[in-house]
Each structure stands twice: as structure tokens, then as C-alpha cells.
Design a protein around this ligand. Structure first.
Ligand SMILES: C[S@@+](CC[C@H](N)C(=O)[O-])C[C@H]1O[C@@H](n2cnc3c(N)ncnc32)[C@H](O)[C@@H]1O
Length: 281
């Protein structure tokens, strides 16, 4: 029998009104960029506008997901068996727990997202290996204490043992006025030495005009967004030990297909994502 916790807040409690299908949503736009089917007309229209101003955004989504796979595998190979993934997104196989449990079947993963539609589809995230365990919490990254004290989290993760905090393609939805450094600091403070931070973050460094126009499309649809320079992204890792190659463009971070191989190498401007993995000393 599976040993999973039910998702916090039952999916049946989500009403059509909660879903706001008439307005574009970042999770559903991202699902569309990845070729998924969990998106609606308003999402596809906004996604099409974003592609017009920044055609690379589809490459960004694909390379972001590929980075999550490589970084999670690396952390699991390093021995990490607990993951806290905030800003999970609509389930897309392989999900983070499938990658982690592919290395360590006993791995435990807690997923967090504030989009009610992710909750509706959370069952796919609760499909843990029999040896491991997964849980889903509908919560906001702006409230780290609520996440850390959620019964689903405390029943799944042992916070006295190392945890990898995964913040992939979410921190650019936390503008400075939300104090993302303070939020991430409060999460990391709750984790012991040997824990890790895995992050990907959109940047204006390679194509400032295109990324600024894409940010405007997100903001106009009600999603606060802020792209950040390499130096700004580096600040999120202050006090942590970055693993090689440090902060890199997503597709250059420990690529598993050598440059010059059959796979087409994207440009830095298309990818426009800084990524990094670091351990807490
Ligand atoms: C672009 S998707 C990234 C999905 C996944 N982490 C990945 O990298 O493939 C961003 C996700 O962050 C979620 N999100 C945005 N702001 C959030 C917040 N304040 N709290 C929780 N989740 C948030 C969105 O609902 C969406 O599912």
C-alpha cells in the first residue's frame, strides 16, 4: 500500500471560480510552453503573446525542466533523500520525485504550489515509490512558516536531516517588494547543515528587451514578475557553497549531452536562465 499523505486541501474543494480560467496563469502558460494539455484559451493567448516578444521562452521552459532533472539527480547521487519543491507546477513527467526516487527509491518529496489547478492534478505527484513518500501542500511561497509547519511537511520530512530546497522558475515571480531574500533565508534557516539550494531564475542579461517585454505580459495578466542579473541571482546563494560550475546558464550547467553532439545547442539568449546548486555549510 502507498504511504502517501493526501494533498492539503482536497482537490474536490477547488471551485471553477478558484481556477480563474478566464485569466492567464503562469503555471498553465508554462505547461503550454512544455507542450502539456493542462491549459486554457486565456493561457494560450498570453503564451502566444509572450512567444511573439520572446520566442526563446519555449526553449527556456524545456531547458529549465532539463536542469531540474540533472540537478535533482546530482543531489540524489550525492546522498540527499529529502526534497522540498516550492513552485512545483502542473505535473510533467518525470516529476521531481520520479527523478529522485530513480536514484534513491526511499526519497521523500514535499511539493508546494499556490495554484489551485496544480492541486487538482496533484494526484500525479503523490505517486510515490513504495519505499519513499510524497506529499502536496497548497501554500504560498510568501508564507514560509506556513509551509514549514504544515502537517503534511512535518509528517514527510525530518528537518533534522539534510533537505534539498528546490526553487525552480519561481523566484522570478517574487519581486523585491516581497523580500525573496528574507523568504528564502527563513526556509534555509530551518534546514540543517548539508542541506542544499537548487534554483533557476530568468535573467535580462542576454536579451534585455525581449525579457522586459515578456515580464510586461506576465504583469499585465496579474502575475508579478522580476527578472534578475547574474549578480542578483548570486546573492540568493550567499553563505552557501556553490557546486561546480557555479552560477551558469541552464543548458551549460553539467550538460549530459556534450557540446557538438547531435542535440541542437540553444543560445544563451534563448535560455536566459541562471541556475545553481549549493550546499549549506
Ligand atoms: C514556471 S512554473 C515552474 C514549475 C517547476 N518548478 C519547474 O521548474 O518545472 C512556476 C510555478 O510557481 C508557482 N508559483 C508562482 N508563485 C508562487 C507563490 N507565490 N507560491 C507558490 N507557488 C507559486 C506557479 O503556480 C507555477 O506552478
Amino acid at each position: 500500500m502507498r504511504d502517501n499523505q493526501p494533498a492539503a486541501g482536497a482537490a474536490s474543494e477547488v471551485t471553477l471560480e478558484d481556477l480563474r480560467l478566464d485569466r492567464p496563469h503562469s503555471a498553465r502558460m508554462y505547461d503550454h510552453f512544455l507542450g502539456g494539455k493542462t491549459n486554457y484559451e486565456a493561457d494560450r493567448e498570453a503564451a502566444a503573446r509572450a512567444v511573439t516578444v520572446y520566442p526563446g521562452i519555449v526553449v527556456l521552459a524545456r531547458e529549465n525542466r532539463a536542469f531540474m532533472h540533472r540537478a535533482t539527480r546530482m543531489l540524489a547521487e550525492h546522498g540527499i533523500r529529502q526534497f522540498l519543491d516550492i513552485g512545483t507546477g502542473i505535473p510533467t513527467r518525470p516529476n521531481l520525485h520520479e527523478v529522485a526516487q530513480g536514484v534513491g527509491p526511499e526519497s521523500r518529496v514535499v511539493y508546494v504550489d499556490n495554484d489551485p489547478l496544480v492541486l487538482v492534478h496533484a494526484q500525479a505527484l503523490l505517486d510515490s515509490s513504495p519505499e519513499g513518500r510524497t506529499a502536496y501542500i497548497r501554500a504560498d511561497a510568501n508564507q514560509p512558516e506556513q509551509i514549514l509547519s504544515a502537517p503534511e511537511l512535518t509528517a514527510t520530512l525530518d528537518l533534522s536531516r539534510p533537505v534539498a530546497l528546490s526553487l525552480n522558475a519561481i523566484v522570478h515571480f517574487l519581486p523585491d517588494e516581497r523580500d525573496p531574500h528574507g523568504l528564502i533565508g527563513r526556509l534555509l534557516d530551518a534546514l540543517p547543515s548539508g542541506s542544499a539550494l537548487q534554483m533557476s531564475h530568468a535573467t535580462p542579461d542576454f536579451d534585455p528587451e525581449a525579457t522586459a517585454r515578456a515580464v510586461e505580459i506576465y504583469r499585465a495578466s496579474g502575475t508579478p514578475a522580476q527578472v534578475r542579473t547574474k549578480q542578483e541571482v548570486e546573492r540568493f546563494f550567499a553563505g552557501l557553497d556553490l557546486v561546480e560550475p557555479g552560477i551558469e546558464v541552464a543548458h551549460r550547467w553539467r550538460p549530459d549531452t556534450p557540446e557538438g553532439s547531435a542535440r541542437e545547442t540553444p543560445t544563451d539568449a534563448e535560455v536566459s536562465l541562471w541556475v545553481g546548486v549549493a550546499f549549506k555549510p
